[in-house]
Design a protein. Structure first.
Length: 537
């Protein structure tokens, strides 16, 4: 059963909850109790507690402070549910309670029916979490899937590059009984052309055709040993070959036209097939998959239903494609986001990729470098004096280069120049934006402006604004708002003619009680104590 701790400095309130709530009928044990936050922490250290029911207003430690300490200092209480009881119907108290994970906020005088409704909802939440944990545990124990389904999932994750660690690969190898050492890995990718080039208005027809196509491929290859088959898209199926014997390889080759014939007969669609080069490293399989997709896309420009194989010529074209469509955009993106080390790593990998091919020429490397320089200079906003003619000078320097080493150095010099100019431009814009936001907060401190409203006002993503503000000022927006409020409140409290409740209103607090609570939490003094003893500071 569920165990509850009631915390309230008034024994009569505790007794009322103990006597008038139908604890047993709700699935709860008789509750524990404590008369202060400090006493509650002592109980929580020695007893298992599933639900905390606490009053907000108590001498010493408040209920919200108690819950905050439970969340921050006691790891075993992170899943504990909380129900807050308060005499204050104020947004700030509710907001802070919810921020700390409270599942309910009940106002005094307490109605037993309302408390029972909240406790029943909490019980259902606890039961649901326990059920999920049990079922996930059972699933982890069994992995109750067929071998074919497991193989399909393995092919999907391998092709997509989601098997990104040696530990995960070893785990899959054990699950599927794959040998530790593999001498031959290759892919055969089947594409349903009708699904590829036609957009069906009927979703049911599209799903049915995709499922039928996938099943036709799987059945056609079902007697080929060392072949794992998985559907990698609605219009696509990939077959992974693991150390196939020559006879098994020949058998699979014979099945390729059979698959094309069957799919045409059954579904009226041609099938384009891409056969990759072999490799020996698992980490290369995602690249094989991309190579196959590139080959198939190019062959479809000529006609559908072809079977294409990866050749030296295909390899050169794919390298060029990767450099243009993958490496250059990725390098520019990393440079724009300030990820200099990652950009440098990508640049060196691009050069290594080109130099890995014996047939690559100096002009090929120069063409890649010029493409990257063009993209960088395009990003540097034309019309600036410091950038004028820089691209022309760089192109001339690249043309004059007589070795790959010189080209690499010239490109990295261009990249560093881009970093410096772009960083200065961004820092200036960010500094100006944060200054505007901070000024707006100061001028509208009584309006309770939210981060979302600020983001909309300055046409920026709310999460990005929060990160930017913290980076520029060292404080979160909410901390800055609180500091401005408290600072303004101190200024107003120095004027005896301004009432404390008027101070609270002028600095944006809806409740004088919450203002007093937060002011003391921040300064160590109540507003009146500050006015009486500290106003001269």
């Amino acid at each position: 059963m569920i165990r509850t701790l009631i915390v309230d400095d008034e024994p009569a309130h505790v007794e009322g909850l103990v006597r008038h709530i139908r604890w047993a009928e709700l699935g709860y044990e008789p509750p524990l109790s404590a008369e202060s936050g400090e006493a509650a922490l002592a109980v929580l250290e020695r007893e298992r507690v599933d639900v905390l029911v606490t009053d907000v207003s108590m001498p010493g430690m408040t209920g919200i402070e108690l819950l905050a300490r439970c969340r921050s200092e006691y790891p075993h209480l992170q899943q504990m549910e909380a129900l807050i009881v308060s005499g204050y119907d104020e947004f700030e108290f509710v907001h802070e309670a919810i921020h700390l994970g409270a599942k309910g906020y009940v106002l005094k005088p307490v109605k037993p029916a309302e408390i029972e409704e909240k406790l029943a909802a909490i019980r259902d939440s606890i039961d649901k979490r326990s059920r999920i944990e049990r079922e996930i545990g059972d699933l982890k124990e069994k992995v109750n899937m067929s071998l074919a389904a497991l193989r399909e999932r393995f092919v999907q994750e391998l092709a997509d590059g989601r098997i990104h660690s040696e530990e995960l690969l070893i785990s899959w190898s054990r699950l599927l009984d794959i040998p530790g050492t593999v001498r031959h890995l290759s892919l055969v990718v089947f594409g349903c052309d009708r699904l590829h080039h036609a957009a069906f208005e009927d979703a049911r027809e599209r799903i049915a055709l995709g499922a039928g196509f996938a099943q036709a491929v799987k059945l056609s290859l079902s007697d080929c040993a060392g072949v794992f088959v998985g559907q990698t898209g609605t219009d696509e199926v990939a077959a992974l070959l693991l150390d196939p014997a020559p006879s098994e390889r020949a058998k699979l080759e014979k099945q390729l036209p059979f698959v094309q014939d069957v799919v045409w007969e059954q579904f009226g669609s041609t099938v384009t097939i891409g056969i990759t080069r072999p490799c020996r490293e698992w980490k290369e399989v995602p690249l094989l998959y991309k190579e196959a997709q590139h080959m198939m896309a190019k062959s479809r420009l000529i006609g559908y239903g072809q079977t294409v194989r990866f050749t030296r010529f295909e390899e050169s074209e794919f390298v060029d494609f990767r450099l243009r469509e993958e490496y250059i955009p990725a390098i520019v993106k990393r440079l724009e986001s300030g990820e200099t080390a990652e950009a440098a790593d990508l640049l060196h990998r691009a050069f290594d990729l080109m130099l890995a091919h014996e047939s690559v020429s100096l002009s090929f490397v120069q063409a890649f470098a010029m493409g990257l320089v063009s993209e960088l200079t395009r990003k540097l906003k034309p019309g600036r004096e410091e950038d004028g003619g820089f691209d022309i000078l760089m192109w001339q320097r690249l043309i004059d280069c007589t070795s790959v080493t010189e080209i690499r150095e010239a490109v990295w010099e261009c990249a560093n120049r881009f970093i410096r100019i772009d960083r200065k431009k961004k820092e200036a814009l960010q500094h100006h934006l944060v200054h505007q936001v901070a000024q707006h907060i100061r001028e509208h401190i009584r309006d309770n402006v939210t981060v979302k409203q600020l983001a909309e006002l300055y046409h920026i993503n709310a999460s990005y604004l929060s990160v930017l503000f913290k980076k520029e000022t060292g404080r979160t927006i909410s901390d800055f708002v609180q500091d401005v409020r408290i600072s303004k409140a101190k200024e107003l409290l120095r004027d005896p003619a301004v009432k404390v409740y008027e101070v609270a209103e002028r600095v944006g607090f809806q409740s004088p009680a919450y203002f007093a609570y937060l002011f003391k939490k921040t300064t160590g003094y109540t507003p009146q104590e500050f006015r009486d003893y500290r106003y001269e500071e």
